[in-house]
Design a protein around this ligand. Structure first.
Ligand code: ADP
Length: 256
């Protein structure tokens, strides 16, 4: 059956690529405003599961519900419009563009192309522009990107690039935020900042978060619950402090 009140509910997810079973039998239920960790060694199916949710590679078997609504197989741009935003494991920023312009791109899902066809073009476009600017300014302030807003993203340190990516996801005003290794390559201090921003995004913007992360200290520090995958299958789930002690999880990391 369905879980009442869940923001995201994945049931029996299987995705194959040719002969490879990338994930199978995966159940994952995320409650509103939960920070939910997803861990597993490389190749365990974490990205495949997020690609199934966001519609890039729909599941071959299973169902995905967002706030109770079946979104299985829905196209990525529609899933985005329904309120799911993601960041990518490998940065997807546009070099040669400023921090501000990269963040503004995150607004495009809300831009209304019909605006350009009406007699009220100028007025409507202006209003939309004002609304876009408002949310973008809020997020720039929230993530403390003010001082670098006009810099090109190209030369920024990894910690700031990851923060710009988070900003771009947040300006879409998502309900569900999927972060794919947001702390990769970060030092302890940068990880601390990013953890704080994720907690604050939940507190101030009400987002629910699916966090793919290899740093177990971060998972234990900020996740309410977590799921561990290995070879595309669920091996443990529950409270992080307990899951990380699970012999199957330790084995997956030591053995893998
Ligand atoms: P993780 O994100 O945990 O590192 P992935 O989901 O990327 O794991 O990969 C799980 C398995 O699925 C791997 O064997 C990988 O090679 C395979 N896989 C993932 N995406 C594709 C794809 N687009 N085409 C073919 N195989 C894929």
């Amino acid at each position: 059956g369905t879980s009442d009140g869940a923001i995201l509910e994945c049931r029996g997810i299987e995705r194959r690529f040719g002969g490879i079973v990338a994930v199978t039998g995966v159940d994952m239920v995320i409650q509103p405003q939960e920070i939910f960790g997803l861990v597993g060694p490389n190749g365990s199916g974490k990205t495949t599961l997020t690609n199934a949710i966001t519609g890039f590679y729909p599941p071959n078997v299973g169902s995905i519900r967002l706030e109770g609504k079946d979104i299985t197989g829905t196209a990525p741009h529609k899933v985005a419009k329904l309120g799911v935003a993601r960041t990518f494991q490998n940065l997807a920023l546009f070099n040669g563009m400023s921090v501000l312009d990269n963040i503004l791109l995150g607004r495009h899902i809300h831009m209304n192309p019909g605006v350009f066809r009406t007699a009220f073009y100028w007025w409507a476009a202006k209003n939309e522009e004002i609304e876009n600017r408002k949310i973008v300014e809020e997020v720039i302030e929230f993530l403390q990107l003010e001082s670098i807003r006009n810099e090109l993203v190209d030369g920024l340190p990894i910690g700031l690039k990851k923060r710009v990516e988070l900003a771009r996801a947040l300006v879409a005003e998502p309900q569900m935020l999927i972060l794919d290794e947001p702390m990769a390559g970060m030092n302890q201090e940068e990880k601390g900042y990013m953890s704080r921003f994720i907690l604050d995004a939940r507190a101030e913007r009400g987002v629910s978060v699916l966090l793919i992360e290899h740093h177990m200290d971060v998972i234990i520090g900020i996740c309410d619950r977590m799921l561990a995958l290995n070879y595309g299958e669920m091996i443990a789930s529950g409270i992080p402090k307990e899951v990380v002690k699970d012999p199957r999880v330790i084995e997956a990391y030591v053995g893998g």
